[in-house]
Ligand binder design. Sequence first.
Ligand code: SF4
Length: 403
Amino acid sequence: MAPFVFVPGAKWGKYIPMSLAQPIAALPFSRRGACPSLDEPMRTGDGLLARLRIVGGRLGPEQLKAIAQQARQHGNGLLEITARGNLQVRGLTEQSSRLFARAIMGIVAIETGLVVETPPLGGDDPSEFSDPRPLAEAIRNMAQPFAGLLGPKVTIIVDGGGQISLSGLKADIRLVAVAAGRWHLFVAEGTAEELAFSEALARVSELLQQLAGLGPTARAADLVPPSKQSQAQAGSSPIGDFTLRSSVAAGVALPFGSIAAEDLAALACTAGQMGVTEIRLAPHHGLLAIGAGTAFTQRAAQLGFITTSSDPRTRISACIGSDGCASGHIPARVLAARIAAHLPEKTRLHVSGCAKGCAHPPPADITLVGRADGYGLVIGGKAGDTPRTVLQADQLESSLAAR
Ligand code: SF4
């Protein structure tokens, strides 16, 4: 057996193969660029933000309700589901974040280590080629000894090819089922390699060990020649009704990825009363209630959730803005809700509290940027680009409708 060495980590440290010891020796205790987590929340304009990596993205209505109540008690009462389907709680303080973390550990199991994502209906979806969960689990187990050597943003997607695919999300390594037991493996933006289960596992192991050897800033793009082809495509919406192997699911989304704790708790309560036993977090700010039907969706609409994929809010990104961020000039989400009905079809809008553009870093068809003197209008660009003109509050609806 290869010799192992103990390497101190951010909290406890771990044993790793001697051959991989060199890169980790350079790792600082608190890794820069790390994603916000429950025990290491990130400072934002409205306090600390904690991201909860709930195991499998699956939890019961009572657990969701309890998390919302803790968010109300310890944070500013706002919860988010990110584009990748992670639950986030905002507005924590140094002190309350510790209490919040302790409370959450008593409510739900939190995942750590290498990020390996699977679609929310994985394993229950009659239209998928292969259940992605066994391969995802095998990758997690295989990577355990050296996961701490990998950069915190290194991500693997295992997609069975079903109704809600993760094709809209970027990944360092992507495995997509193309037939029963057959997988296409993509490294960063590279070309597909078709492999069986065991071959895919071996190849991922090889790639992760190469990345670990390159150190914590390495990403899969460092392993392959640059390509103009982007592997990320438009992802499928989690909104609507889905047929599962032995049940159904009702999918809704959080407007602009955010919802008040009271409304999320109320929806969880409704789900529990309707006999829903499981809720799954979904990409594109979604939430799926397994076994739920029309009555659940109707209640979600009353509470302000998005319940149809034609809702213009699905095409708008907006940060918290001045309602919770010290840098914000405008209450971006409030404004976005006001002007949503005026957004032309097939047009993507980004409403940003300031030029930083946190909610949508890439270009959008239209971007409205909060400024001290009004609303910068950027067409086909990013929030930080020079605006074409600066609008005033009473010009926004007409300006959108004219595009
Ligand atoms: S874009 Fe500006 S206002 Fe919005 S969250 Fe980021 S820093 Fe705050």
